[in-house]
Design a protein around this ligand. Sequence first.
Ligand code: NZQ
Ligand code: ZN
Length: 389
Amino acid sequence: MNNFDFYSPTEFVFGRDTQKKTGKLISNLGAKNILLVYGGHSAEKSGLIDEIKNSLTEEGISFHILKGIKPNPTDDRVYEGIDIAKKNAVDFILAVGGGSVIDTAKAIAMGAVTDIDFWKFYIREAVPESALPIGVVLTIPAAGSEGSAATVITKIDGLRKISYSTNLIRPKFAILNPLLTITLPWFQTACGIVDMLCHIFERYFSNTPAPLVNSYSEAIMTSIIDRAMTLRINPEDYDARADIMWAGTLAHNGLCGVGKEEDWATHRIEHEVSAFYDVTHGAGLACIAPAWMTFVAKRNPDMLWRFSIDVMGVNPEGLSTEEIIEKGINALKEFYHGLGLTTSLRELVGKEPDIDGMVKSLEKNMGSTLGAYVPLSMEDCKEIYRLAL
Ligand code: NZQ
Ligand code: ZN
C-alpha cells in the first residue's frame, strides 16, 4: 500500500426526512445569504424545493436561485451562477439534485471568489485558492459528487467535457434521503448503478497491492449488484434504495482508492461519448467499461481474474485464466442488460460514432496517454471505442 492522505470532511446526514435539516445545517455554518442551485422539473414537482425553501426561511436565510441545470452541465450556466453569486455577495451554495447540479455548484463556488475565469482551472491554466462553501441535498445516487473532490463541466465551445478535482470543493454537508430517489425513472437509477460501480473499478483495477482495500471494495461492488437486482424487482424497497445511495457515496469519496494508484481511463474515454452525443454518463460507461476490460485483460489479467471470481461469481474450476475473465466480463454485460441498458455504443448513440473525432478530442483534453493499470496510447483508446461498438 502507498502512503495516503484520506480527506473526507463532508458531514453525511442520512435517512428519512433529513432534508428538513437543510436550513439548520447551513445556519450552523454561519451562512445567511445563499445561492440555491437545482435541475429541471423533478425537484419542483416532488415538492422538495418548497420544502427546502421553507427550511431556509425558518432559519432566516435568504436565497437566490439558479435553476434548470441540465445533465452534462455546461459552462454557460456556471458563468450565470458566478454572476448571481458575485452581484448578491452570497456566502454559501446549496445544490439540490445530482451530479450535474452539484458539479455546477462546485464550479460556481470556485469562480465566485476570484476574477480568474473558472474554466482556466479545468484546463490547468490556473489553480483556485479558495471556494465558497457548498452543501448538497442529493436526489440521485450516481456520480458520487456529494462526497467527492471532483466537478465535471462541458465547455459548449468545442464540446470539451473536463473534470477538475480539489479538496476546496468537497461539500460541507450532504443530505441523503433514500426516499427522495423513489421518483427517479428506472433508466436513471440503472445509469447511477453503473456509474458507482465504475467509480470502484477505476480504483480496484490497480497494480498496487492493497488486500484490505480490495476486500471492502469487492464487498461494496457485490452489494451494489445484489441490491440493484432487488430494486429492479421492487423499485420502492427502502432498504435497497438506502444501500444503493450509501454505496454511491462510498464508491467515490476516496475510501476505495486509499493507498492505491488509480486508473480513470474508462471515465476519460466515456466523457468524450457524453460530450459528443449528450448521452447519460452511466449509459456510456455500460458500453466502455466492458470494452476497456476486454482490452486490458490481454496485457494485465491479474485483477480481472480476481474480479471475475470474487465479484462476478465465476466458478474457476477447470477454466483457463482467459476463460474465467471472458465469463466475468460477459456476466458484467449481462448484469447491465438486466438493468435494461445496452453495452453497444452504436446502439446507444443511434448511429456510427465518430471514433476518430472522440480520440482527437480525448488527446486534446487529456494528453497522449491514459490510465495506470495498463497505460493506454491513443491507438489503444481507439481500439477500446471499436470494441464497444
Ligand atoms: O433535472 P431534473 O428534472 O432534476 O432531472 C434529473 C436529470 O434529468 C433526474 N433526476 C435527478 N434526481 C431525480 C431525477 N428525476 C426524478 N427524481 C429524482 N429524484 O436525473 C437526471 C440526471 O441527473 P444528473 O444530475 O445529470 O445525474 P448524475 O448524478 O448521474 O450526474 C451526471 C453528471 O455527473 C458527472 C457526469 O459526467 C455527468 O455530467 N460526474 C461527476 C463526478 C463527480 N463530480 O465526482 C464523477 C462522475 O464520474 C461523473 O463524471
Ligand atoms: Zn462516473
